[in-house]
Design a protein around this ligand. Structure first.
Ligand code: PLP
Length: 283
């Protein structure tokens, strides 16, 4: 596998970042993930725009221009011969003597881009079966709208899910409402046929896939409410699902071991998944 690191393409195993990189020491950096399907980026512009927003919020300059970044993204796909997979990008504030405030002098931010193939057949099989989620308290900071590499609470929640034999952990805020999954946005379809997903406040990442699915659902004439929902409401729902760049739309069939509806993937969830993937093939 080939990685892009600060201007050079090198084998992943033959690259290095300084030990005083602020990403390593303070999680002082942001990341972005694109899905690649049949060699093409999904929602390319949405992810680019969110990267720009995350960088602006933390006042980290991108060390290359956006046109050059585009070239790098396509080059990493080409060099790794990715047909179906993902591209991971990380920008940190750079390397400087360890001290909490921003470095006083100009520091070149660290830019790393990698890619890897994904088994789409396995993902499709998982979606066709549906996945289980567990619930965990949301222990994260109060700016989850910024896509930072500060992911320890997400890591611990996902590990708890794995240890419980579940696919994802839904994070629950202090008022008992689901914020989102550890690496996905959370949705339900109520008994009344209303699609519900949390409003884009600072407690969730503004998923690019979330936005695309919202647009598709509107086109389908579905009623949508952007609001918080509780675990109890989700357990009474007709359907539940998660969205993310790498899982697209994946039905949720159980929550904390209790079935959602009849415990099978919902038809609206599967239709939205199919529509999303069809739309991706058309761009
Ligand atoms: N929420 C969190 C915490 C995430 O980490 C992610 C993606 O990694 C998402 C939601 C889904 O966002 P997107 O659809 O842009 O991949």
């Amino acid at each position: 596998r080939i990685a892009y690191v600060n201007g050079r393409y090198r084998p992943v195993t033959d690259t290095a970042i300084g030990i005083e990189d602020r990403g390593f020491q303070f999680a002082d950096g942001v990341y972005e993930v694109w899905s690649v399907r049949a060699g093409r980026f999904l929602d390319h512009e949405g992810h680019r725009a969110r990267l720009e927003r995350s960088l602006n919020e933390l006042r980290i300059p991108l060390p290359v221009g956006f046109p050059a970044l585009d070239v790098i993204l396509h080059e990493i796909v080409r060099r790794n011969r990715i047909e179906d997979g993902l591209v991971y990008l990380q920008v940190t504030r750079g390397v400087a003597r360890r001290d909490h405030p921003f470095p006083p002098g100009p520091v070149r931010p660290t830019l790393v881009v990698t890619a890897r193939a994904l088994d789409l057949k396995a993902a499709d099989a998982r979606a066709a079966q549906g996945v289980g989620v567990i619930t965990r308290p949301d222990l994260r900071w109060k700016r989850c709208d910024i896509k930072t590499v500060n992911l320890l609470p997400n890591v611990l929640a996902k590990q708890a899910a794995r240890e419980a034999g579940a696919h994802e952990a839904w994070l629950v805020d202090e008022s008992g409402h689901v914020t989102e999954g550890s690496s996905t946005n959370a949705w339900i379809l109520t008994g009344e046929g209303v699609l519900v997903t949390r409003q884009t406040d600072e407690k969730i990442l503004w998923g690019v896939t979330r936005l695309a699915i919202k647009a598709l659902a509107e086109q389908e004439g579905l009623r949508i409410e952007e609001r918080a929902f509780t675990v109890e409401e989700a357990l009474r729902a007709r359907e539940a699902f998660i969205t993310s760049a790498t899982s697209f739309v994946t039905p949720v069939v159980s929550i904390d071991g209790r079935p959602v509806a009849n415990g099978a993937p919902g038809s609206v969830s599967m239709r939205l998944r199919a529509l999303y993937l069809e739309a991706a093939e058309r761009v």
